[in-house]
Design a protein around this ligand. Structure first.
Ligand SMILES: Cc1ncc(COP(=O)(O)O)c(C=O)c1O
Length: 396
């Protein structure tokens, strides 16, 4: 069959690669395996989530509107306004917000809305950090763009600097994915960096997609966001789309709930695309999502739990594997020398499942910013986390 060859170019997803690496290898018998490979929060979501969804059950018999419910759009606009102290009228719920069924699908689909056939007469480019959330690469490739990976290794402060790219690349750039707090490194961009990024997007007329799904998990000051940068610049969202999610903020990855907010021109195009291929968030789930966006108490508790786990991690890992407590997110990014070897040993000898950093990045011009690393998601409770890290130290 003549199927889409672009899918062969993107290759296997990192978790498939991990399954192949571990193959038939079993964890030691008699101890509980601890999976730290997937960024799937295990803290409980607030109990009101299930209550609200149950209360709205009459709406299971309705097709949800493709642009999301008005309530959800307003709850998201209100959250953005509060979180980033935006001017009151800056986020218009009707024209600037679309609730989505998790940001994963939206990060993918937005490339289909944003990448033209050609840009300035040439093949369009999609920028992303290296290492990167894998969906960026899939989206860029399937949309027919040339992915350009920008180093975000230790020497780069774990964040990519798109402004240093040659004009030849920037003039072809249709879309740039930026992630702060960064997955996997946990680095946070300053407000000045965010403003420069927005200006760069406007200067070269590309769409900046600011992936902010870890924005509420921070251990110092709250991370700046692209919305805040836009507010400080001129109060417009031109060339900017912000994505955020309830998966990490509210421990509800199974709710599949997030949003895209920003440039109304992009939102119009994206809504058109979604009319044909989008999955609108079901109304009962939208009601649950609105309740979550309106509540901060559970987010504060959640953040505290992660901070406590980083204290435990620092006690166990300080001085080892280049340990540092990240500014945000919930990962550990440890330099263990050989990520694949470490992942295999940790599974076989300690029952701890981690992902090699190599699978989350690509080698570019002889340099591989993920080589030597493993990523651990600190998603379990404190005891399990301490147990996993203690086993890790004893095995490695
Ligand atoms: C950087 C990043 N962006 C986006 C997502 C997608 O989150 P969701 O689809 O649950 O909103 C994830 C999930 O792990 C992520 O790590």
């Amino acid at each position: 069959m003549h199927l889409n060859m672009r899918l062969d170019t993107v290759g296997a997803y990192p978790f498939d690669r991990l399954r192949s690496l571990l193959g038939d290898v079993l964890p030691p018998s008699g101890i509980e395996p601890i999976p730290l490979s997937l960024g799937e929060p295990k803290h409980a979501p607030p109990s009101f989530l299930a209550e609200v969804i149950a209360r709205e059950s009459a709406a299971w018999s309705k097709y949800p509107p493709m642009r999301g419910s008005g309530d959800a759009r307003r709850a998201i606009a209100a959250w953005l306004t509060r979180r980033y102290s935006l001017p009151k009228e800056m986020v218009e719920p009707e024209t600037m917000v679309i609730p989505v069924s998790g940001t994963r699908e939206a990060l993918f689909m937005i490339a289909l809305a944003a990448v033209p056939e050609i840009k300035n007469g040439k093949k369009p480019v999609v920028l992303m950090p290296n290492p990167f959330y894998q969906v960026y690469m899939g989206a860029a490739t399937i949309a027919g763009a040339e992915p350009v990976l920008v180093p975000a290794g230790k020497e780069d402060g774990f964040l990519p600097d798109f402004s240093t790219l040659p004009l030849e690349i920037l003039s072809r750039t249709a879309l740039a994915y930026y992630c702060s707090p960064a997955n996997p490194q946990g680095a946070i961009a300053s407000i000045e960096t965010m403003k420069k990024l927005v200006c760069l997007a406007r200067e070269h007329d590309f769409l900046l997609v600011s992936d902010e799904c870890y924005s509420e998990l921070y251990y110092g000051s709250p991370p700046a966001g692209a919305a805040e940068a836009c507010a400080e610049l001129d109060g417009s969202f031109q060339n900017v789309a912000i994505m955020n999610s309830l998966s990490k903020r509210s421990n509800a990855p199974g709710l599949r709930s997030g949003f895209v907010a920003g440039d109304p021109e992009l939102i119009r195009k994206f809504a058109r695309l979604r009319d044909y291929g989008g999955a609108a968030p079901p109304l009962p789930l939208s009601a649950g999502a609105s309740a979550l966006w309106a509540d901060e108490e559970h987010v504060i508790i959640n953040r505290r739990l992660y901070a406590e786990k980083y204290k435990i991690a620092a006690e166990i890992l300080s001085g080892k594997y280049g340990y540092y407590t990240p500014d945000g997110g919930f990962y550990l990014w440890l330099n263990v020398g050989d990520g694949e070897k470490a992942a295999l040993r940790l599974w076989r000898d300690a029952g701890v499942r981690v992902i090699p950093g190599e699978y989350l990045a690509r080698e570019i011009e002889g340099s591989h910013p993920g080589a030597g690393y493993i990523r651990l998601a600190l998603v379990h409770d404190k005891d399990k986390t301490a147990e996993a890290l203690t086993r890790l130290v004893s095995v490695l």
